[in-house]
Write a protein that binds this ligand. Structure first.
Ligand SMILES: NC(=O)c1ccc[n+]([C@@H]2O[C@H](COP(=O)([O-])OP(=O)(O)OC[C@H]3O[C@@H](n4cnc5c(N)ncnc54)[C@H](O)[C@@H]3O)[C@@H](O)[C@H]2O)c1
Length: 396
């Protein structure tokens, strides 16, 4: 049974890209917010002790470990933060939940629907709380969109179009775990569509019920094998050998969808969309108004109010930095914008609130919620493979 107390000891597993964002968040959260529980950076865990020691020194972790099994069972740990490739989310989360810990897990919940289901079942049996890192929910502009939809500003939602476009995956990038089905489950799909499926479910408050017109494509089918470890960014520091190996995941997945309230939708995830670094966005059109967001301009939420007289209708740009916008009052004066890392700090704050029995600023996905997103991802891959529409209710 997790202890109820004023501070919690955290074990982080995986000191790569997400290892840095989460370490920063656990450190920053008490500087800018007053969470009811303080996080203690107890142990950082990974595979290379030498790299871990340098990581722990930089980010303030008190201990290091290369044995995650022993670590998640330790009496000293209260929350396990899982930041490893997707294939080990399930065994790590199951072991941590069995040992009575709270678990925060990176997205996608897992590489496969089977793993994701096991994780939900483990969460049901456990006393610990579960959280999944869909960090874009915690951009102030996205959280504001969620609140505006709840206030009825869009009316009935008719159209959702969502895109997550990056361009880092050219031929020079070696065969890292992200291109290997065994480790990742899928490519751009689980990596990027997972975020926009979650965000559009979160903003609309509706569920996706059917997928059709899905296309999955892999443009680069062989990549040079990787030597050593990448670390700190998506492909930062990755070096390659002469030998090549097979890419077993998609580079892009597109699909159409229906939402429970009647809206129709399109989704596109791509890693070779030249010109787009991290264009993670959506536009939602309703009968009373519309909203638009793109992470490359993450402080802005665009709003069209169709209820004002036609003479003054037009898109307006809300700079989501006012003190009454979600989260941002804790940071800087209005107009002094926030960045990528802030979403992770907001998540840390809401996790700590939830553990103290308080409401998060905006709803937070647990394993059961993230499993819904995983079902939609699985349905889209099935629709692409069978070249037929798939009802999400048939994918369990
Ligand atoms: N929320 C987001 O926007 C976002 C962004 C990037 C990645 N992610 C997710 O975060 C997770 C990690 O991605 P990343 O980009 O940080 O990867 P990464 O390759 O940069 O880091 C992975 C880390 O896990 C460690 N690791 C791998 N297997 C391990 C094992 N068996 N035991 C202990 N440590 C192990 C590696 O040593 C490395 O430190 C993935 O699930 C990914 O989908 C989320």
């Amino acid at each position: 049974m997790p202890r109820k107390r004023k501070q919690i000891n955290i074990a982080l597993i995986g000191q790569g890209f997400m290892g840095r964002t989460h370490s920063n968040a656990w450190t920053q959260v008490t500087r800018f917010f007053d969470p009811p529980i303080r996080p203690v950076l107890h142990t950082a865990c990974g595979r290379s002790e030498k790299a871990l020691r340098a990581f722990a020194k930089r980010w303030g972790w008190a201990n290091v470990s290369t044995d995650w099994k022993q670590l998640v069972a330790s009496d000293e740990i209260d929350l396990v933060d899982i930041l490893t490739p997707n294939h080990v989310h399930a065994p790590m989360a199951e072991a941590a939940l069995k040992a009575g810990k709270h678990v925060l897990c990176e997205k996608p919940l897992a590489g496969t629907l089977d793993d994701a289901r096991r994780m939900v079942q483990a969460a049901r049996r456990a006393n610990g709380r579960t959280f999944v890192c869909f960090n874009y929910r915690r951009c102030p502009a996205v959280a504001l969109a969620h609140q505006l939809v709840r206030k009825g500003k869009l009316g009935e939602i008719r159209h959702v179009r969502a895109w997550y476009l990056q361009d880092w995956a050219d031929e020079s990038v070696p065969l890292m775990w992200r291109f290997d089905k065994k480790h990742a489950g899928s490519g751009a799909h689980g990596d990027l569509n997972a975020h926009i499926v979650d965000m559009t479910r979160f903003v609309t408050g509706e569920e996706i019920t059917e997928i059709s017109g899905a296309i999955a494509e892999t443009f680069i089918k062989q990549r040079k094998r990787m030597t050593g470890a990448a670390g700190g960014g998506i492909a930062a520091g990755a070096t390659s050998a002469k030998k090549t190996g097979k890419v077993t995941v998609d580079d892009t997945v597109l699909f159409l969808a229906r939402f429970s309230g009647g809206a129709v939708a399109s989704f596109e995830a791509a890693r070779q969309a030249t010109g787009h670094k991290n264009s993670n966005g959506w536009e939602i059109n309703g009968t009373k108004g519309a909203l638009r967001f793109d992470f490359e301009r993450m402080n802005e939420l665009e709003y069209y109010d169709a209820t004002v007289p036609p003479a003054t209708q037009g898109w307006s740009t809300i700079l989501a930095t006012e003190s009454d916008h979600p989260y941002v009052g804790a940071w800087w004066p209005p107009g002094h914008i926030v960045g990528y890392e802030h979403g992770f700090t907001h998540q840390a704050y809401d996790v700590l609130r939830a553990l103290a029995g308080r409401k998060p600023t905006v709803p937070q996905p647990d394993f059961a919620d993230a499993y819904q997103t995983q079902r939609i991802l699985a349905a889209a891959l099935k629709a692409a493979k069978d070249k037929k529409p798939v009802k999400v209710s048939t994918v369990k």
